[in-house]
Design a protein around this ligand. Structure first.
Ligand code: ZN
Ligand code: ZN
Length: 563
C-alpha cells in the first residue's frame, strides 16, 4: 500500500510531536513544521513525482533528513526516525496534542503521573476528578479540557448513548407535549454508541414547519425522511409515518432483524400478515394502538425497545430499576470520588435501597488516591457508626482492589479477609499478553467477590483487551464469582453481547454504577438497559437479591475457593 499525502503530513507531525516531547533541538523541530507547511501546498501526484524522481530536496524546506523520512514512509508506512524518537511511548499520546489546553509538557505530566495516553483516558480521568490535584492543572483546566474533548468527539461523528439522551431531552423540552416524537434506531434500542439520532415523527405536513424551526433546524421539502445535523455536528434523522402506523412502525425501527423475524413468523402462524406499518387479517387491518398491543396480539410478553435484540419470548421477566435492592462499586472523597462518604451513603439510602457497597481504590492506585491501612481503619469506623444509626439499611465495606501483574490482589490476605466484598479490577499494564491469565487468577483468588470492568474498554476511546471470555466465564461460574456490568456509560463493560449465554449457563452479574459522585448512582439505569438487551433474568443479577442471600454468596465464594 502506498501512502497518501495526508498520511505523510500526519507522519511528519508525529515525529515533530515526539521531538517536542523529548525537548529536542528547537531548530530541528522548526524544520519539520516548515516542511509540512510547504508540502501542504502540493498535490498528491506532484509529491509522488518528486519521490519517484528522487527530487524531494528540491521542495523548499525539505532537507536531506526529512526527504529520507518521506521516502521511507512512502514505501513502508513507517520510518526509522519515528521509531527512534517515539521510544517506549504510546503513539496514541499524539491524540492529546489536539487539545489546545495541553502542550508537550503537560502531556508528559498526565502520562507519567496518571498513566493517561489517549483522549478517552483523559476524559475518563477528568470525570473521575484526577486532574484537580495534579500540579499545573486544577478544577478550571479540568473543565476546559472536558469541554474540548466533547467537541472533538462530536467532530468524529459518533456519540455516546448518555450524550445522545441528553441531546434528545433538550429537543423534547422544546417541542409541544402533544407532538408524536419517539426515539428509534440505535438510540431507541439504547446502543452504547450511536451514529445517527433517529426519531419517528407524525406524518403531518405541518410537523417540520411547526417544530423543526423550534429546534433550530432548517425546513426541508416533504420527504419521508429528513436528515440533518445538530449544532454539535451529530446526524439526525426524522422519519415520518401516519399516526395509525406509529406503534407498529416504532417496533419495526427498534427491532434487530432476528427480533422482527420472530414477530413476523408468529403472525404468519396466526394467519396474520405483519408489515412495517400494519397487521392484517386477510384484507382487514387490525387496530393496534400501542406497542404492547402488538406483542399481546402475537402471543409475546411486551419487550421494551432496548430488549429487541434477540427473538421475542412468550414470557420473560425483565430487570427493572425498581427491582434493584442496592448496589456496589462507588467511590467517595476517601479515594477519587467528588462527594463525601456520608453524602454517598445518604444518597444511596434515600433511593430506598436496602444496602450499598462502597469500594474505594486500593493502595497501588496512587493516582486515584488509593487507600492505605490507616485510611481504611478510619473509613470502617465511619461506616460502623453510620450502620448503627441507619439500620436496617446496611453499608457494606468493600474495596476495588487492583489486579497486580501476576493476577494477585493488592492487600495482604489478612486485610482482604476483613472486607465484606472485594471487586478485583485491572487499572494498569493493559498491554500484557496474558490478560486472560491475570483475570482468571483474580477470579480464583478466595477474596475476589467480583471482577470489575473486565475488558478495560472506554467507549469511543480505548479498545477492549483481547480476552478469552469462555475461559473466564467458566471459572467465574465454577467459583460463584460475580462479573460486574459496569454501568458507567463510558464503559458498559462486560459487553452485553457476552451476557445472554453466560447468564443462562449460571453466571452471576452485578449492575455496578462505579459512581464517583452522587449523580453517578443514576448510571445503574444504563446497566438495566444492557441487562435487558441480553435478556438476563433478574435472578442472575445479584443486586436484586436480599442482603442475607448476598452475604451467604460472599462467604460461599471464599469457602469454595479456599478449598
Ligand atoms: Zn476501576
Ligand atoms: Zn471504580
Amino acid at each position: 500500500m502506498t501512502a497518501s499525502l495526508p498520511a505523510v503530513l500526519e507522519h511528519l507531525r508525529s515525529i515533530q510531536f515526539f521531538m517536542e516531547m523529548r525537548e529536542e533541538n528547537p531548530f530541528k523541530i522548526r524544520s519539520f513544521r516548515a516542511a509540512r507547511e510547504e508540502l501542504k501546498g502540493l498535490k498528491e501526484d506532484e509529491l509522488a513525482q518528486f519521490i519517484k524522481e528522487n527530487r524531494l530536496t528540491e521542495i523548499k524546506g525539505v532537507g536531506k533528513g526529512i526527504a529520507a523520512v518521506i521516502s521511507e514512509f512512502w514505501q513502508t508506512s513507517t520510518s526509522a526516525d519515528l521509531r527512534k524518537i517515539i521510544g517506549g511511548w504510546p503513539l496514541s499520546l499524539l491524540e492529546l496534542d489536539e487539545l489546545s489546553g495541553l502542550g508537550p509538557k503537560k502531556i508528559r505530566a498526565v502520562y507519567e503521573q496518571l498513566g493517561i495516553s489517549s483522549l478517552a483516558e483523559l476524559e475518563y480521568a477528568c470525570l473521575e476528578n484526577r486532574l484537580v490535584e495534579l500540579s499545573g492543572f486544577g478544577q478550571k483546566t479540568q473543565e476546559k479540557l472536558l469541554n474540548e474533548i466533547e467537541n472533538i468527539k462530536a467532530r468524529r461523528g459518533k456519540i455516546l448513548l448518555c450524550d445522545a439522551i441528553d441531546e434528545t431531552r433538550e429537543f423534547r423540552s422544546r417541542l409541544p407535549k402533544e407532538a408524536l416524537f419517539e426515539e428509534v434506531g440505535a438510540l431507541g434500542m439504547r446502543h452504547e454508541v450511536i451514529e445517527t439520532l433517529e426519531f419517528l415523527v407524525e406524518d403531518k405536513k405541518g410537523f417540520e414547519a411547526k417544530h423543526l424551526e423550534k429546534l433550530g433546524l432548517k425546513k426541508s421539502p416533504g420527504k419521508r425522511e429528513v436528515s440533518l445535523k445538530t449544532k454539535h455536528g451529530h446526524s439526525l434523522k426524522f422519519i415520518h409515518v401516519a399516526k395509525a402506523s406509529f406503534p407498529i412502525h416504532r417496533v419495526f425501527l427498534t427491532s434487530s432483524p432476528e427480533h422482527w423475524h420472530s414477530l413476523e413468523s408468529a403472525a404468519r402462524k396466526k394467519k396474520l400478515l405483519l408489515t412495517a406499518n400494519e397487521l392484517k387479517k386477510s384484507d382487514t387491518i387490525l387496530k393496534i394502538q400501542s406497542e404492547q398491543e402488538l406483542y399481546t396480539e402475537l402471543g409475546f410478553v411486551f419487550h421494551p425497545p432496548e430488549a429487541r435484540e434477540y427473538a421475542a419470548e412468550k414470557s420473560f421477566e425483565f430487570v427493572n430499576p425498581e427491582s434493584l435492592r442496592g448496589c456496589f462499586h462507588a467511590h467517595s472523597t476517601y479515594s477519587d470520588g467528588s462527594n463525601s462518604l456520608k453524602e454517598m451513603l445518604d444518597a444511596a439510602k434515600s433511593r430506598g435501597w436496602e444496602y450499598f457497597g462502597i469500594s474505594e481504590h486500593s493502595q497501588t492506585a496512587f493516582y486515584a488516591r488509593g487507600l492505605k491501612d490507616a485510611d481504611l481503619k478510619n473509613q470502617w469506623k465511619e461506616i460502623d457508626q453510620y450502620n448503627k444509626k441507619s439500620a436496617p439499611f446496611r453499608v457494606l465495606k468493600g474495596i476495588e482492589s487492583d489486579i497486580l501483574k501476576e493476577g494477585d490482589l493488592d492487600y495482604p490476605e489478612k486485610l482482604l479477609a476483613d472486607f465484606d466484598f472485594v471487586i478485583a479490577s485491572i487499572h494498569q499494564r493493559y498491554g500484557l499478553k496474558e490478560m486472560t491469565d491475570r483475570i482468571v487468577a483474580a477470579v480464583r483468588n478466595p477474596y475476589s467477590s467480583m471482577i470489575g470492568h473486565i475488558s478495560g474498554r472506554l467507549l469511543l476511546g480505548r479498545e477492549p483487551y483481547r480476552l478469552n471470555y469462555e475461559a473466564i466465564i467458566r471459572e467465574a461460574i465454577a467459583t460463584h464469582t460475580v462479573i460486574e456490568l459496569n454501568c458507567n456509560p463510558h464503559r458498559l463493560d462486560m459487553d452485553w453481547r457476552h451476557l445472554r449465554q453466560a447468564c443462562e449457563a449460571g453466571l452471576l452479574i452485578a449492575l455496578n454504577p462505579d459512581a464517583h459522585s452522587v449523580e453517578g448512582l443514576d448510571d445503574v439505569q444504563f446497566g438495566v438497559w444492557m441487562a435487558r438487551k441480553a435478556l438476563v433474568a433478574p435472578s442472575q443479577v445479584i443486586n436484586t437479591w436480599p442482603l442475607k442471600k448476598l452475604l451467604e454468596l460472599f462467604s460461599k465464594q471464599r469457602e469454595k475457593k479456599a478449598a
